[in-house]
Design a protein around this ligand. Structure first.
Ligand SMILES: [Zn+2]
Ligand SMILES: [Zn+2]
Length: 351
């Protein structure tokens, strides 16, 4: 088969590799019908994730068709259309039983790490993929849900909902700021309405993304590179700040912005993947009763979000800005890598 293979920092190729085979009785082999590229894949290619070794097939998101099941698999059958979750869950370790498979202890990949696809084992940017613990890590796609909608449930929707909205303790009537209107920020904007936020303020440096944020449900959009942006956002609250600030970028400046907007008793939910330390102004925060949360998605809300997608209450297909055939995988990376120019949000790369 063909796959996108990492060959060390800055090097990748769409090339011929051996087909995956069943290794464990709980494995499922999936023919990948549609996959995509994540910001995390760009981090890997920069060499920021040293656990990814040369020769690894990248990708942790995708939708496909089951082509082979291990002997212990009874709830999935050849021909089923499935969403491949970015988190692989053994279903039986203590973390999986506590509904925190982000830290699954099974030694497939490494114990304590649930994100293994395209990280510690071969991933979804390929014509076929071996998915460990298939019954716990794949979700059957109902009739009527498109590949492109399903694709957004592999990672971005559950990540934004679990780590942004849910960790951010959003409640009905709350004013929420989402800092960063990339795929995960927009997914937070899309799902924050589930908890009844009254006002959702999108912040970004890119006016095009702010325009998009409004289409995803933001009530207000503020360019945080423009003069007076802070006062503008504070003016949209009762003057004390937002109830929840969802940080969806992962750099010190956006973390600082999130902290600067929070009201007493509020929550800063960090979703962004940081590559450098941030300064934590605890001297200002303790007296304001501010909570700061972090996390890696466990993807335990995927089935719930899928029900909402199936009923048309969430429409994640609107994330897809570009479409490529798999044979143009290198072009797809080029387009995604220049997102500011190409206005790429989420790509659908299909067989
Ligand atoms: Zn991802
Ligand atoms: Zn587990």
């Amino acid at each position: 088969m063909k796959a996108l293979v990492y060959h060390g920092p800055g090097k990748k190729a769409w090339e011929e590799v051996p087909d995956p085979t069943i290794r464990s009785a709980t494995d499922v082999i999936v023919q990948v019908d549609t996959t995509t590229i994540c910001g995390t894949d760009l981090h890997i290619l920069k060499g920021d994730v040293p656990a990814v070794t040369e020769g690894r097939i990248l990708g942790h998101e995708g939708v496909g068709t089951v082509v082979e099941v291990g002997s212990a698999v009874s709830r999935l059958a050849v021909g089923d259309r499935v969403i491949i979750s970015c988190i692989s869950s053994c279903g039986s370790c203590s973390y999986c039983q506590e509904r925190l498979p982000a830290h699954c202890l099974n030694p497939e990949g490494a114990p304590g790490v649930g994100w293994i696809l395209g990280h510690l084992i071969d991933g979804t940017q390929a014509e076929y993929v071996r998915t460990p613990f298939g019954e716990n890590s794949l979700h059957k796609l109902p009739e009527g849900v498109s590949d492109e909608a399903g694709l957004c449930l592999s990672d971005i929707l559950p990540t934004a909902f679990e780590i942004g909205v849910r960790n951010g303790r959003v409640e009905p009537g709350d004013v929420v700021a989402v800092i960063g209107a990339g795929p995960v920020g927009l997914a937070a904007i899309m799902t924050v309405g589930l908890y009844g936020a009254s006002r959702v303020i999108a912040l970004d440096l890119d006016d095009n993304r702010l325009e998009l944020a409004k289409q995803f449900g933001a009530t207000d959009a503020v360019n945080n590179g423009s003069p007076g942006w802070h006062e503008k956002v504070m003016g949209m609250t009762d003057g004390l700040g937002v109830d929840t600030a969802i940080e969806a970028v992962g750099v010190p400046a956006t973390f600082d912005a999130s902290v600067s907007l929070i009201r007493p008793g509020g929550t800063v939910a960090n979703v962004g993947v940081h590559g450098a330390p941030v300064e934590l102004p605890l001297q200002d925060l303790w007296i304001k009763d501010v909570a700061i949360t972090t996390g890696l998605v466990s993807a335990t809300t995927t089935a719930m979000l899928l029900k909402l997608v199936a009923q048309g209450k969430l429409t994640p297909e609107q994330f897809i800005t570009h479409r490529f055939p798999m044979n143009d995988f290198m072009d797809a990376y080029d387009t995604f890598g220049r997102a500011a120019e190409t206005r790429a949000m989420k790509l659908a790369i299909s067989r």
